[in-house]
Structures are given as C-alpha cells and as structure tokens.
Design a binder for this molecule. Structure first.
Ligand SMILES: Nc1ncnc2c1ncn2[C@@H]1O[C@H](COP(=O)(O)OP(=O)(O)OP(=O)(O)O)[C@@H](O)[C@H]1O
Ligand SMILES: [Mg+2]
Length: 382
C-alpha cells in the first residue's frame, strides 16, 4: 500500500522551476488521503489564480500515477494564507542560499531518459532521432550520452572528431552537432577503442560529473539521456541527481523482451521516476512491394504499455536506413524525413512533448508570492 511518506517522496520530484526546489520543501503539500488505490492530495498555491496551476497539477498527477499502488489521483487546489506565503518565502530564500547549483541542468529543463531492459533495442538511435525531432518543434535540446563506456551518440550525430573544451568557471561546454547540445565520453577520450579504459570508472560518478561540471545552457527546453542498458547504478544515480527526470522505455515487439523491459519500469517506480510511455522499436519490416514481415515478433509494445498503464508512444518500423544513417552521422528523421521510420519517430516526439510540455518560465510559488508580500507590506505601512 502507498502511504503518506511514499506520496511525499514522489512529490519531491515536482519542482518549482524558478526556485529549483520541490513543492514539499516549499510547504505546498497540505494533505494526503487514500481511498483504496485512489489518492487525494491538497496543494496550496500562493494564489488561486496561479498561472502555473495546470503545470503543477499535471506534474503532481504524473508523479503519483507512477507509484505502483496508485491508479487515480485527485488534486485539490487551494490558496495559501498570508502566513503560509511568508513561510514559503523564507524557505525559498534559505534554499536559494544553501543549494546554489546542485547540478548545472536548469530546473526548467525537462529531462527524458531513454531506457531499456536489454541492450541493442535501439535506445541510442531513438535518442538521437527524438532529440532532433523535438528540436524541429522549436525547442532547444541537449543530448547526454549516459552510456559512459558504450557511447555511440557522437558517431550517430556525425560528431566523431569533435572535442569538448572547458569554458568559463572551468565547466565543460557541450558541443553542438546538428543543432543539438551534446555531451559524451566519446568527445573526451581519444578514440572509440580507449573507451574500454573507462570500465573501471564508477559510472554513477561520471554521470554526476556530466551534470555538475557541464555548462548546460539555461535555455534548454529538453535534455534527452541515452541510458546504458539495464537497471544499474546509473539509473539510480539519475533519479537522485535529476529529480525531474522521466523515462521513456524502449522495447522490441518480441513478447519475451517485454518482461525484461518491465524490470526497468519497476526500477523507475522505486525511484519515483514517472514513465512517459513505451516506444516499440523494430516493429516489422515492409518491403518495397508492400509485403510486411514481423521479424521480431508482434505485440510486445502494446502489452508492456498496458502492463505499465502508460501510453504506447509509437511503433518504429525496421528500416535499413536507420543503420546506415547511424553509421554515417545522418539520422533518419532529418535525412529521410518522409520515410515510415522518420514519420513514426517524429510522431513519437510529438507525443512526448504533449505529455511532458515545456516548463513555463513563470511561477506562482515565488515571484508572485514575493509580489503579494510586497503589496501586503505596502498596505501595512500606509
Ligand atoms: N528501427 C530500426 N531499423 C533498423 N535498424 C535499427 C532500428 N533501430 C535500431 N537499429 C539498429 O540496431 C542496432 C542497435 O541500435 P542502438 O545502438 O540504437 O541500440 P541501443 O539500445 O542503444 O544499444 P546498446 O544497448 O548497445 O546501447 C544499430 O545497428 C542500429 O542501427
Ligand atoms: Mg546505445
């Protein structure tokens, strides 16, 4: 059974974009009650007509639905009293002092981790193409190759020779390849072969560095993470380092693959990471004369999505160009935008940005609270 503490822990992933701290810390969570698998939470906003209201409500619902014992979520919204607003402001100020830049990733950046239970299902190919398709919608996009020693993103984005340099503050500046802000161990170490030397490195430590020591642009709307396969250290570290991270699970149509993928989803739930949805990759092959072959089985994506209670974001067909384009640094969504694989990828990217809309750069948890506080002071001094 879910309990108050679990709900609270999950809601620590709902962050005030401006303050970079969570709604629990800000004292906005006022109550939690359960009716079987239905949870009702009361959230106090600084003012009832908060422009961020929808975003906060949606984020709360997504976080809580990610919990294994919760099917339904009701959010009751109220407005804070004056004392509550002052308390919130002092907590916010304290937080701003204490936790200057825990990671360099802006709290306004939406983080999408592309994960799978097993290797070779197409995470890296999908990460690159989703990043480009999200960028084509007009967002600034970063791509973090979190596959520390199995990196493949630089080649896929045609950035093999690129080397990252340190900028001001001795922070590493992401490289820009095809409009995407890119960081990968492949851009730091000398050759793909020396990657083996990184095996001894603590992977979670490397991820931490990529989040702390990289000057990710503050204007990034989305950061896509290409995760290594499985459910290791890196996945757990991600949840700890970037509480706003959400997961897209990749699977093949094969029914057996779905059980493996479910393990990643289970890990995501234990670390309160919402699952945006499932993408089925390698979903059949259609020949030029229209004959269709389900080379890797059928139905796995639907089944996994149903099991997890999340949407199936897309089914990406097998397309030889994905391999060729990946090898040559010409990703299918931009190089062959009308192909079935590109169309499916672009549609999946659209679903992702609908479900995880860009964070709005306005807030009613701090700026408006401050305004309200000032108005009250003015009124009091009159
Ligand atoms: N839809 C597709 N059609 C054809 N080939 C594909 C498709 N998706 C991926 N591939 C190919 O499958 C291989 C594995 O893909 P990719 O490297 O993206 O998987 P991965 O999950 O990142 O693997 P790893 O777990 O090793 O990191 C690559 O050769 C890639 O080009
Ligand atoms: Mg990969």
């Amino acid at each position: 059974m879910a309990d108050h503490a679990t709900v609270e822990a999950a809601l620590r992933g709902v962050i005030d974009p401006e303050l970079g701290t969570d709604i629990v810390d800000l004292g906005m969570l006022k109550g939690v009650s359960f009716d079987g698998r239905h949870v009702t939470v009361s959230i106090a906003l600084t003012i009832a007509a908060c422009p961020m209201r929808d975003q906060i409500e949606n984020d709360v619902v997504r976080k809580l639905k990610a919990l294994p014992d919760i099917d339904d979520v009701t959010v009751q919204v109220s407005a804070m009293t004056q004392e509550e607003r002052s308390a919130l402001m002092s907590r916010a100020r304290r937080h701003a002092r204490e936790s200057a830049a825990e990671t360099q990733v802006s709290p306004l950046t939406r983080v999408i981790a592309v994960s799978s239970g097993k290797g070779g299902v197409g995470k890296s190919s999908l990460s690159v193409n989703l990043a480009l398709a999200i960028a084509a919608q007009g967002h600034q996009v970063g791509l973090l190759d979190a596959d520390i020693w199995g990196f493949s993103i630089p080649r896929m984005l045609g950035a093999n020779g690129m080397r990252l340099e340190a900028g001001e503050d001795r922070k590493i500046v992401p490289g820009v390849a095809q409009g995407i802000h890119l960081v990968s161990t492949g851009l730091i170490i000398e050759s793909e072969d020396t990657a083996l030397m990184w095996r001894g490195l603590m992977l979670s430590k490397a991820l931490e560095q990529f989040l702390h020591d990289v000057a990710w642009p503050k204007s990034l709307g989305y950061l896509v993470l290409d995760m290594p396969p499985g459910t290791g250290d890196i996945q757990m570290a991600l949840a700890r380092l970037l509480p706003q991270a959400e997961m897209v699970v990749v699977t093949t149509p094969q029914r057996a693959a779905q059980r493996v993928a479910a393990r990643v989803a289970d890990m995501a739930r234990r670390s309160f990471m919402p699952i945006v949805g499932v993408i089925e990759n390698m979903s059949g092959f259609t020949t030029e004369d229209g004959r269709h072959y389900d080379l890797f089985g059928k139905g796995g994506g639907h089944e996994l999505a149903d099991d997890l209670g999340v949407p199936l974001l897309g089914q990406i067909p097998l397309d030889p160009y994905v391999v060729e384009g990946g090898d040559e640094g010409r990703p299918v969504v931009t190089a062959q935008p009308d192909s079935p694989a590109a169309t499916a990828l672009t549609a999946a990217a659209m679903r992702i940005t609908e479900l995880v809309p860009p964070a709005e750069d306005e807030t009613c948890t701090s700026r408006i609270a401050l305004l309200a506080e000032q108005l009250e002071q003015m009124a009091a001094s009159r």
